[in-house]
Write a protein that binds this ligand. Structure first.
Ligand code: 3HC
Length: 293
């Protein structure tokens, strides 16, 4: 029988980490959201407050009092902390959502492997790195897997659950059960670059950028085409602006380095230019499009 997850430690207070903390808290889990930067934690807490209100408005449309109760109870289950080692002392699951850097992830997991309880599961929300390589620094390789969420986490219904060759059946079942408990639909993928969604979505966004660079169609027309012709909620360049060009560039560069012969992973000129100019998409106010602050 898979172990029940009651307390979750989410490491990294960015967009993904705060979304993961929110959905865990709103589905009855005790959560500690950890970040080394207190300002990031304050921002995360503020965005969780706003996003919980959005959920409450939608789910409890007819009953505002129940909505308020839902928000208050969710918030009461959520703590923030800048002390990672203290946060994991009595946790059941650690979900890492920090910067996409192997060395940083190794430092994080090796620092808590001896401190977290024996039974605790470790997981990474990496978009593109190998789970087995991240897990290589810990002793609990059988209790390590990938839990890959999608932005915006409270809205996107999918969770990719990744098991390495060393992830035990019990740990895998516990991760699937937790995914279900937080209201996500889980799919499983081997520990391959980008798993399912990013392996398809990143080359798709890159190919749209190349189409734009060649001048085959305008950004607006590329996006309209995929929304109205393929039924996607956002066009590929809008989506690239939404995901953030620094994130997409880090993914493409990492894959290109590892698989230099794969033409799908070739660097994208316009993306590199935007990143060099600090135009990271919606979060910086400009990407392929300009956004009102
Ligand atoms: N928290 C809670 N609710 C939110 C939210 C958030 N952060 N963001 C949006 N919502 C809710 C809104 O309140 C709204 O609810 P309603 O239907 O009751 O009014 C609903 O979601 C729709 O939002 P909006 O009306 O503001 O906007 P849209 O209808 O245009 O939808 C979108 C926005 C959900 C982002 C939609 O455009 C979409 O699905 N886009 C594609 C997103 C996508 O592909 N994400 C995956 C990116 S890849 C990734 O994350 C992987 C990583 O590793 C790189």
């Amino acid at each position: 029988m898979a172990a029940l997850v009651r307390h979750v430690t989410v490491v990294g207070g960015g967009l993904m980490g705060s979304g993961i903390a929110q959905v865990a808290a709103q589905t009855g889990h005790r959560v500690t959201l950890v970040d080394v930067n207190n300002d990031v934690l304050k921002k995360a807490q503020a965005s969780i407050n706003v996003n919980l209100q959005r959920v409450a408005k939608k789910v409890y449309k007819e009953d505002p009092a129940a909505g308020e109760k839902f928000v208050a109870e969710s918030l009461s289950r959520l703590n923030t902390s800048a002390d990672l080692k203290d946060a994991v002392k009595s946790t059941d699951l650690v979900v890492e959502a920090i910067v996409e850097n192997m060395a940083a992830k190794h430092t994080l997991f090796s620092s808590i492997d001896k401190i977290a309880p024996e039974h605790a599961l470790f997981a990474s929300n990496t978009s593109s790195l190998s789970i087995a390589e991240i897990a290589s620094v810990v002793d609990r390789k059988d209790r390590f897997g990938g839990l890959h969420f999608f932005n915006p986490v409270p809205v996107m219904k999918l969770l990719e659950v990744i098991r390495t060759q060393e992830t035990s059946e019990e740990s895998y079942q516990a991760m699937l059960a937790w995914g279900k408990a937080i209201g996500k639909t889980c799919i499983t993928c081997k520990d391959t670059p980008g798993f399912v969604v990013n392996r398809l979505l990143v080359p798709y966004m890159a190919e749209a950028a190349r189409l734009y660079e060649r001048g085959d169609a305008s950004a607006r027309d590329i996006d309209i085409a995929m929304k109205l012709g393929a039924g996607y909620p956002m066009g590929p360049l809008e989506l690239a602006d939404y995901v953030g060009h620094d994130t997409t560039k880090a993914i493409i560069d990492g894959w290109h380095k590892k698989f230099p012969d794969n033409p799908l992973f070739k660097p994208v000129e316009s993306l590199n230019k935007l990143v060099a100019e600090g135009k990271l998409g919606i979060k910086s106010g400009e990407g392929y499009y300009k956004y009102k602050k």
